[in-house]
Design a protein around this ligand. Structure first.
Ligand code: GLC
Ligand code: CA
Length: 574
């Protein structure tokens, strides 16, 4: 892999913005494009190269913009196309590229295509979607949508239904229709012509359907089968993804990151190998560990060893093939600090430790807004505080399974997507300095302790630590090893340690050119107590340490929640 073709995006650090909650400049309580422009210098200082912006297209916001009613328009809530163009230009001045969200498995039921399809299901636009007749007065098949309830919505006044894998306001697009595909490709190229660096591609595995929509074995008391089961049994998505790539991204050398769940075994090379469908896909292996069988209400607690194993296995597999995008959180997930750290570690030291592990793994690091200051899950007082369509469904499911109001509140509070959607905490002011008006979603009350303003003043803060970490990863001296260096797990026999080497063989050293070899050890103690470990290599240099009590000499001492990044020298004498 070290010798594989180098791509312009291999060494980039990405930051995800959820625009609605990032920064509001006109006091309407909704984050906007001008808010992103206002914070570009902040992102530059953090060391960000690429910014992925969650959808800003016109939308009724049933699923917060993931239901697009006009692919060519900016939602007025966020601003105008002029604002967008200015954002592109201002970002470019700072060496930052923009990646947009591409939601093309489905659109909004308010999209012109769907409105025309509803008016005439037999006409041209009817075939842009999946309309099917019901069976014996019931839906065409027994699939449960990702947001609960049937995947089939009856069309009033007809015997037909239309298909939606997500909410009923998000009808799925028929990818078997070449004309529909061409319309999407034209739209994608139109955006790329504007100068986008690429796209994050939403829910893309769902585009391939078994158009027979066969009945499946139910997996719940509602008699329905989760739609993901149908996806797992369907093959052929690769052809569609290649068609998409050839007609769009490839021509622009665009960066693409796929949101891919339910890939079949052995398919990774096709997805992200040298000529894969995408540049990269997210690594969700750790996130899948806390998914419940039936829903959030039976989601297991995170087990440290299972988490470590999942990451290590994923790293070992992918390095032979390509690059994954490493995340601890995004707009669909609870905050990483609240999820992946035990309670005693949900503090500055633990937050820095988790960030170090995530950012120095092999792959493309993605940060989600607020991660760089250690934002945590919110405290939710009542289900009415939630906005998210998925959280509301999960709450209903939990109540349906017999949980009391308080129990259901607790399980959903732990997993809710709204944990990631509370306003970015710019300051300790009311509403976290996000807006001068009333925020569309309440601010996390802990903004008085966790916020950008106070962390900018404190040289030891999480924010400054993240800046250092990113600078280290991108530094001339270490960029090569952190980008292309092999991953090898270490100290796997220790109960609470997540550690790995990143190493690079020297190349062309004989001719005096090329790069010197390097070996870096990243070692983190997720336990509460200090530990001492033998060192396999002499310590050449301490590159980063999160606690004064950590020490690297003959042996390695890591305080509870301690992490160190060490440059290794010669093998140590035993
Ligand atoms: C993706 C998005 C999520 C959205 C869903 C439907 O999973 O990340 O936010 O709800 O697709 O578009
Ligand atoms: Ca606004």
């Amino acid at each position: 892999m070290e010798t594989a073709k180098r791509k312009w995006w291999h060494d980039k650090v990405v930051y995800q913005i959820y625009p609605k909650s990032f920064y509001d400049t006109n006091g309407d309580g909704i984050g906007d494009l001008r808010g992103i422009i206002a914070k570009l210098d902040y992102l530059k200082e953090l060391g960000i190269d690429l910014v992925w912006i969650s959808p800003v297209y016109k939308s009724p916001f049933v699923d917060q913009g993931y239901d697009i009613s006009d692919y060519y328009g900016i939602a007025p809530e966020f601003g105008t196309m002029e604002d967008f163009d200015e954002l592109l230009a201002e970002a470019k001045k700072r060496g930052i590229s923009i990646v947009m969200d591409l939601v093309i498995n489905h659109c909004s039921d308010q999209h012109e295509w769907f409105q025309k399809a509803l008016a005439d299901p037999e006409g041209k636009y009817g075939d842009y979607f999946y309309f099917r007749e019901g069976k014996d007065g019931k839906a065409p098949s027994n699939y449960r949508s990702y947001f609960g309830g049937s995947c089939w919505e009856p069309v009033p006044g007809t015997d037909k239904y239309y298909f939606h894998a997500f909410a009923k306001e998000q009808p799925d697009l028929n990818w078997e229709n070449p004309q529909m595909r061409q319309e999407l490709y034209d739209m994608i190229n139109w955006w790329l012509d504007k100068g986008l660096a690429g796209f994050r591609i939403d829910a893309i595995i769902n585009i391939k359907k078994n158009v027979e929509f066969p009945e499946l074995e139910p997996d719940g008391p509602d008699g329905l089968a989760g739609y993901h089961l149908a996806v797992e049994q369907t093959s052929g998505v690769g052809e569609l993804l290649e068609d998409l790539k050839h007609n769009t991204f490839e021509k622009y050398d665009a960066f693409t990151v796929g949101e891919v769940f339910n890939m079949h075994d052995g398919e990774l090379p096709e997805f992200i190998g040298e000529d894969g469908h995408f540049s990269t896909i997210f690594d969700f292996s750790a996130h899948c560990l806390t998914e419940g069988e039936r829903g959030w209400y039976d989601a297991p607690e995170l087990d440290f060893k299972a988490w470590r194993k999942a990451l290590v296995e994923s790293q070992l597999e992918v390095q032979e093939i390509g690059f994954k995008a490493n995340i601890i959180e995004n707009h669909d997930e609870p905050r990483g600090v609240s999820r992946f750290l035990p309670e005693y570690a949900r503090n500055e030291a633990g937050t820095k430790m988790l960030g170090t592990v995530s950012l120095l793994l092999r792959g493309i690091p993605f940060l989600y807004q607020g991660q760089e200051i250690g934002m945590q899950n919110c405290v939710w007082e009542s289900p009415e505080e939630w906005d998210d369509i998925s959280t509301k469904d999960q709450y209903k499911t939990a109540r349906g399974a017999g949980l009391s109001r308080d129990e259901a509140l607790r399980v959903c509070a732990r997993m809710s997507r709204d944990n990631a959607r509370t306003p970015m905490q710019w300051s300790g002011d009311s509403n976290a300095g996000f807006t001068t008006g009333t925020p569309w979603m309440k601010a996390n009350p802990n903004c008085s302790e966790i916020n950008v303003e106070s962390q900018q003043r404190d040289a030891g803060s999480v924010l400054h630590y993240y800046q250092k970490l990113i600078a280290l990863r991108k530094s001339e001296e270490y960029k090569e090893v952190f980008t292309y260096g092999q991953f090898a797990p270490a100290y796997g026999e220790q109960d609470h340690v997540m550690a790995f080497y990143r190493s690079m063989e020297s190349s062309g050293a004989a001719s005096g050119e090329g790069t010197a070899g390097k070996r870096i050890l990243v070692a983190a103690n997720f336990g509460q107590d200090s530990i001492e470990l033998p060192l396999e290599y002499q310590v050449e240099k301490v590159l980063i340490s999160n606690l004064p009590k950590n020490h690297a000499g003959e042996r390695l001492t890591l305080a509870g929640c301690g992490v160190m990044v060490l440059e290794c020298g010669e093998k140590a004498a035993v």
